[in-house]
Design a protein. Structure first.
Length: 323
């Protein structure tokens, strides 16, 4: 049985990533002797790690309260790391202020499922109002802060690149992240890199990047399961429900990834370079970032190895926006 066939057949296989030595690590929801044998037969000599079920870090009901109360309140000017969501929809985190690649206009960065777009679920469209704080924190029509403009495609059945969205703000914004400070640029994630994130629920948490170029299956509940490629996996859980959309930064306050999923063992995030190229935004005003995603293509060849590279053209099209 091939790697792709086993990955599709055995849902206990959550994903596959690459560690510091360039070895592949197979992520398992749970383990058994039989599964270990099947993995060894299909993947060869690889490491395995039990990580539990990987799911979205947002819930529409019974969301935990923020550990720091102000993150669930109205913050002016609006900064990253605070409660955010869709009017009459989910609540997550506004990760950071980013900038339109062509106009340099500020935009609000978060996960696409935080604004109601994931798998089979479509609660939003271009122009839908976004609010801060989110509805779970008492947000209402008086708290509209933006208008949804761009999002990445996370349909069931495709190989998704990112779970990300960008909205035009209608309130004052500031290029800072709560508990971390001013964003100082961007960097590519690397195995072993120390990172921190600032989210609506758990505030600032720290960890290390354990795997890169990961293919990961993410459970979105009733909205469906979506497989992502070219993802980053941390060595510990850095997010709680409500932290989806959090920006991950290195020790120099450079954004390296956008978090959106995880388990009680790990967190999943998308390289910020992938997010920015798909949404046509920059992490800081006039940042230097190649418009042609050559590095992205190189990493995708590794990440989609279990499927082959024939879908690369399709992958490069998974973005939607309306200006």
């Amino acid at each position: 049985m091939s790697e792709a066939e086993l990955f599709e057949r055995r849902r206990e296989i959550v994903g596959v990533g690459v560690d510091a030595e360039g070895r592949r690590v197979v992520l398992l929801e749970r383990n058994s002797g039989e599964l270990e044998e099947e993995v060894a037969e299909a993947f060869g000599d690889v490491e395995t790690k039990v990580v539990g079920k990987v799911k979205l870090m947002v819930f529409e009901e019974e969301l935990p309260r923020p550990l720091e109360a102000y993150r669930g309140e109205k913050v002016v000017p609006l900064i990253g790391g605070v409660s955010y969501g869709l009017l009459k929809g989910p609540t997550g985190t506004m990760g950071a202020v980013v900038y339109d690649r062509y106009t340099n206009r500020p935009m609000l960065l978060s996960a696409s499922h935080v604004v109601g777009i994931w798998g089979r679920k479509r609660l939003a469209h271009a122009g839908s109002p976004t609010i801060s704080p989110g509805e779970a924190d008492g947000g209402d029509p008086e708290d509209v802060v933006g208008s949804l403009r761009r999002w990445t495609d996370t349909r069931v059945g495709i190989l998704a690149l990112a779970d990300a969205s960008a909205s035009h703000p209608i309130v004052p914004v500031k290029g800072e992240i709560a508990g971390i400070g001013k964003v100082e640029g961007w960097a590519e994630p690397e195995v072993g890199m120390s990172v921190s994130k600032s989210g609506r629920t758990s505030g600032v948490t720290e960890g290390r990047i354990e795997l890169v170029n990961a293919t990961v299956r993410v459970d979105g509940g009733e909205a469906g399961v979506v497989t992502f490629v070219n993802q980053v996996v941390t060595d510990r859980p850095m997010m709680l429900p409500g932290d989806s959309g959090s920006a991950f930064l290195d020790e120099e306050n450079r954004i390296v990834a956008l978090g959106f999923a995880g388990s009680d063992k790990i967190s999943i995030a998308t390289p910020i370079s992938t997010v920015c190229r798909l949404l046509d935004v920059l992490p800081t005003p006039r940042a230097r970032m190649e418009p042609v995603p050559t590095p992205l293509l190189k990493s995708l060849v590794l990440s989609v190895g279990i499927y082959g590279v024939v879908k690369l053209y399709e992958l490069m099209k998974v973005r939607k926006w309306a200006g």
